[in-house]
Ligand binder design. Structure first.
Ligand SMILES: O=C(CO)[C@@H](O)[C@H](O)COP(=O)(O)O
Length: 218
């Protein structure tokens, strides 16, 4: 049911990862958003396969994996084996995006493309029909806790139009700076999935915060 809520585990307490994942299991979160950073595509390093596998062991919800890495095609099968249900690669990181999307689908995972704030969604025109998800970055990727970029509303509308035009089934995911203030307007612009990291994990009551996001249209 729209919206899907995908808390970003990057903002969780890594020293208590099991209990954070168990908290998400009991919440109204739909997916767990997993940010993989390589220190090359983005100026930060997050975590890799062992941590993902540890999360998967306790997670009762699909893992939505956002690859902020160069040459993602080298690791798709490994991410799937580590428990990814949705795999998104950056358009800016792929020389052969169509091939990489087919590679993701061949593993049985859903295939997504992530788009940096400066990249026009018009570049997705010839791939949109093949996608399950487009992750629109509403901050520059690499860090949690950044300020939401307002141009995202316009971009979401443009992407929604493209999806309708091309008869695509792709969901629109918004990632970065999402909170209770902008959630409603994002959904009105066409968003389907809201990623929220610091807004959820720095809240006094993350379960209630997730519920409020989930029910923002009611
Ligand atoms: O991909 C990223 C950052 O690169 C995001 O998933 C952030 O982790 C979202 O965190 P908040 O902006 O909600 O704190």
């Amino acid at each position: 049911m729209r919206p899907l809520i995908a808390p970003s585990v990057l903002a969780s307490d890594f020293a208590n990862l099991q209990s954070e994942v168990e908290m998400l299991n009991t919440s109204q979160a739909d997916w767990l958003h997993i940010d993989i950073m390589d220190g090359r595509f983005v100026p930060n390093i997050s975590f890799g396969f062992p941590v993902m596998q540890a999360i998967k062991k306790h997670a009762q919800k699909p893992m939505d994996v956002h690859l902020m890495i160069v040459e993602p095609e080298l690791y798709i099968e490994q991410f799937r084996a580590a428990g990814a249900d949705v795999i998104s690669v950056h358009i800016e990181a792929c020389n052969h995006l169509h091939r990489t999307i087919q590679q993701i689908k061949a593993t049985g995972a859903k295939a997504g493309v992530a788009v940096n704030p400066h990249t026009s969604v018009s570049l997705l025109d010839d791939i949109i029909a093949d996608l399950d998800l487009v992750c629109l970055m509403s901050v520059n990727p690499g860090f949690g806790g950044q300020k939401f970029i307002e141009n995202t509303y316009r971009k979401t509308e443009a992407l929604k139009n493209l999806i309708l035009q091309r008869n695509s089934q792709a969901l629109i995911e918004i990632d970065g700076g999402v909170n209770q203030q902008n959630a409603r307007a994002l959904l009105d612009s066409g968003a389907d999935v809201l990623v929220a990291g610091s807004f959820v994990f720095s809240a006094q009551d993350p379960i209630a915060t997730i519920a409020n996001l989930k029910n923002v249209l009611k």
